[in-house]
Structure formats: structure tokens, C-alpha cells
Design a protein around this ligand. Structure first.
Ligand SMILES: [Mn+2]
Length: 355
């Protein structure tokens, strides 16, 4: 595996490439053109500028998270091909720039959903948290307003203010889209992009829906082992793979994370490894990465990745806000650096104990 950190670019991120390079064992970053608009083709010069900036800092651009999918593709509107053509153009340029892993998601309307961005824990750190009760009492249009006070001046990925202003219109667009339709539209998209992925050896890594169940009545399909295997079979190409995000699949306690990892040998192209602490099955918070701080056995998760011969990029995921850092919720430097170091420690122990 290759340890990386997510980085939003110098215009948007409070964390610098210099700081990332000083985290032991982190050799690459996962980044994106954060101000790109879904549906537009990325310009080659923008891709190369991002790549060069990262390489000049002594790191590698190991993959993209994300190249976002235009709603027309997810809804399956008649003009979707135009947006898929642009997506193909972006993939072609990424391939030509030597980038071979693209994370994306197929979630309608909302990206990841949390009901609190700064829940205080007993140690004084703050974390992202979710309760189903809060969602059940909230109108989707008020969702953005309810969390926007805690963003520390940052723009949250998938929660861009322009997008949230269109929320009614977005719900209207998705009103006839159910799980089956969403699967169908995903299949159509993947079938069209696989030739360019084959040509440039680009691993597509779908990110699970977070939380892994329907929110506000919207369809959610990338949620469990059965659905992910359905997706792998429906476009049976090794470039059609997954981002294994323990914190997202793990929102549903019925998902056996190590078992899912072992079942996806050869199809996991990217790993997000983090812990969650459940206070009840519908109330969880993003704890520190350490097993004993949360609900998951992080050793078993890393061992499963080792057992399937995982060699792709991995990153710690959302961190707690600690040591008075002010940053995008989940994306500060300190706790993610602790996470990377902890995961590297687990990995070293696993590798050495297998010799
Ligand atoms: Mn994730």
C-alpha cells in the first residue's frame, strides 16, 4: 500500500504540502481540481499545474478524489452523453498525465451526510457526527443551514453553497429515480467510460454512500456487499473497482468490513481507513483512528487489506479537530497525521509478522 493524504489544493486547504511531506511514511497526495464544475472537461494545463506543484513539494499525485459526476448522468436525462463525453475527455487527459486512479461517487443530491460537524468529545476534541433522529426531524432544504455554522470558513466537498441553493430543483430531478434506475444509469456510465480506462489503465474507484442507507427518501445503492458485487458483475472489468471506505460502509453495523474487503480482492483500488464510535446503531461519531477509541477493529481491517495483496493508495480519513487547529471539518492536519502514523504502524507489524 501507499500512504497518502487528501489535499484540496493550495487555494482551498489549510494544510500545506510541506506539512504533508513531513508526516512519516506519507509519500503521496490525493487531490482534485477543487474549483472544477461537475460536467466540464478538465483542462490539461490545470491537471499538469496541480501535478507539478505536488511533485515540486517532493510528493506524488497518486490519484484524484474526486472527478464528480454531473446530475444528468445520475438521473439519466437525455443530455447525459454530452457530460459523459466530457468525463471521458477528463479521464483521457488524466491518463496522459500519468494519473491512474479516480475516486468518484454516485450519490444523489447530497454527498456524505452528517448532522453535526463539531460534536465535542470528553477529551475536548471535536468530530463529525450523525444521528438518524436529527435527520428525521429536518427538512432537506434546512440541512445546509443547519451545519454551515461549523465549517470554519471552508467549502465542504459536495456541500457547495451554489449546489445547496438548488436543493429543491435537485430533489425534483431525482423524483423518478429509484435504486434500480440508479443502477441502470451507473451501468450506462461505466460501460461508456471503460474503453478509455482500459486504454490508459485508469482504475475507477467508486466511493460508498455515506451513511450507507437512504437519506431523505433518496436512493442509495453503494451500501453493502451484495450491491457492490452486483456492480462489479454488471460491468465486469478490473478497472471498475471501489474505494473501500471503512467509515462509510461501517455506518451500517451489519456490514462486516474485513469480510467485504476479502471478497473484493483485485477490485479495491483505493482505501479510506478510519474508525467510528457508535453510541447507538443510529448515533455515531468519527472517533480517533485507534481501535480502542471506536467500534471497529482497525487491525482486522488492515490485515484484510494485507491478505488480498492490496498495493494501492490508502489514506487516513476524517480526523478529529485537536490541538486548537482551525481547518475544514474532518480535514485538519494533526489528527490525520496521527491516523496515518497509526495505520503505518499496524501495517509494519502485519508485514513483519508474516515474514
Ligand atoms: Mn471515505
Amino acid at each position: 500500500m501507499q500512504m497518502t493524504l487528501r489535499w484540496y489544493g493550495s487555494k482551498f486547504d489549510t494544510v500545506t504540502l510541506k506539512q504533508i511531506r513531513q508526516i512519516p511514511g506519507v509519500t503521496g497526495v490525493i487531490s482534485t481540481l477543487y474549483d472544477s464544475v461537475p460536467g466540464e472537461a478538465w483542462e490539461m494545463e490545470d491537471i499538469l499545474a496541480l501535478k507539478n506543484e505536488i511533485e515540486e513539494a517532493g510528493l506524488k499525485l497518486v490519484g484524484i478524489e474526486s472527478v464528480n459526476i454531473h446530475d444528468a448522468i445520475k438521473v439519466g436525462t437525455p443530455d447525459r452523453d454530452k457530460y459523459i463525453d466530457n468525463y471521458i475527455l477528463t479521464l483521457e487527459r488524466l491518463g496522459q498525465a500519468g494519473i491512474h486512479m479516480v475516486c468518484y461517487n454516485f450519490m444523489p443530491v447530497f454527498d456524505w451526510t452528517r448532522t453535526e460537524l463539531a460534536r465535542m468529545r470528553p477529551d475536548g476534541s471535536t468530530v463529525l457526527a450523525y444521528t438518524q433522529e436529527a435527520i428525521d426531524n429536518l427538512n432537506p432544504e434546512d440541512m445546509f443551514a443547519s451545519i454551515s455554522g461549523d465549517v470554519n470558513g471552508s467549502i465542504l466537498p459536495g456541500w457547495e453553497p451554489e449546489r445547496m441553493a438548488r436543493i429543491k430543483e435537485l430533489f425534483e430531478m431525482y423524483k423518478d429515480v429509484d435504486d434500480e434506475k440508479l443502477f441502470e444509469n451507473l451501468k450506462y456510465f461505466l460501460t461508456r467510460i471503460m474503453p478509455v480506462c482500459d486504454k490508459y489503465d485508469i482504475n475507477m474507484a467508486i466511493h460508498p454512500d455515506d451513511p450507507a442507507w437512504s437519506v431523505f427518501g433518496l436512493p442509495r445503492i453503494i451500501i453493502n456487499k451484495a450491491n457492490i458485487h452486483r456492480m462489479m458483475k454488471m460491468v465486469d472489468n478490473p478497472h471498475n473497482g471501489v474505494t473501500f471506505c471503512s467509515g462509510s460502509y461501517g455506518t451500517n453495523l451489519e456490514n462486516d468490513l474485513p469480510d467485504m474487503i476479502r471478497s473484493l480482492k483485485g477490485r479495491i483500488h483505493f482505501a479510506h481507513v478510519r474508525n467510528l464510535k457508535f453510541n447507538s446503531p443510529t448515533d455515531f461519531e468519527e472517533s480517533a483512528h485507534l481501535s480502542s477509541d471506536g467500534t471497529f477493529d482497525m487491525y482486522e481491517i488492515m490485515l484484510a487489506l494485507y491478505d488480498i495483496g492490496f498495493t494501492g493508495p490508502i489514506r487516513p480519513d476524517h480526523g478529529r479537530m485537536i490541538w486548537d487547529e482551525v481547518a475544514m471539518p474532518g480535514y485538519g492536519l494533526y489528527d490525520r497525521a496521527l491516523g496515518a502514523t497509526y495505520l503505518n504502524g499496524l501495517w509494519e507489524a502485519i508485514v513483519k509478522s508474516h515474514k
